[in-house]
Design a protein around this ligand. Sequence first.
Ligand code: DX5
Ligand code: ZN
Length: 231
Amino acid sequence: MQHPVRIAPSILSADFANLGQEVRAMTAAGADYIHVDVMDGHFVPNITIGPSVIAALRPHSALPFDVHLMITPVDPFIAEFAAAGADTITIHPDAGYHVHRSIQHIKALGKRAGLAINPGTPLNVVDHLLDDIDLLLVMSVNPGFGGQDFIPTALDKLAALRQRIDASGRAIDLEVDGGINDATAPQVIAAGADILAAGSACFRGGPSAYADNIQRLRGTPAVARSSASGG
Ligand code: DX5
Ligand code: ZN
């Protein structure tokens, strides 16, 4: 079942000199998750942040941290990211030899386990993992940088995975990441995504724009949402 749309701002597009403040501002603006992109300059051609930054940010928000690991090897670092305050840990099957083992490791640490699917990675990678994972992340850009153009083949992947998730009867989140903006958000939601990770579209315009940016991506006016939730 497709859940209400949730927005996961990627702090890759935040002001890195003021990360704590940026996370507080996004939290106050109505984000549902904080999406943290971890890159190693090896699995992807960019280097970002590690567990110590996540631990430093943890007191700045009560929102779940959606930690997207683009690193290889990944296994030696999973426990450290869990201890740093990750709530969901998403890994790329292409980044390790034993993805089933990595998923079990994440779950054994009491965290939600996600599997990320690159634009060139076929969907059958999920065949024997659907019973174990909590989240599927469809990459709609090749991972490594913010601000890239949406790759439209992600829409077919989302639709196919939406069917598979619904057939499984499991409450697996279907997240999409890369090139999400006001034009592509309605398309990915129609295709079945229920979590939208977005960097540039969330952080554009600075803190005074964050609430509007989130609302536009979500596609539901703030008034309707607060009355629907009884608040
Ligand atoms: C890309 C990252 C994304 C990135 C998205 O490798 O995984 O989360 O921050 O940035 P935008 O939304 O700007 O495409
Ligand atoms: Zn990401």
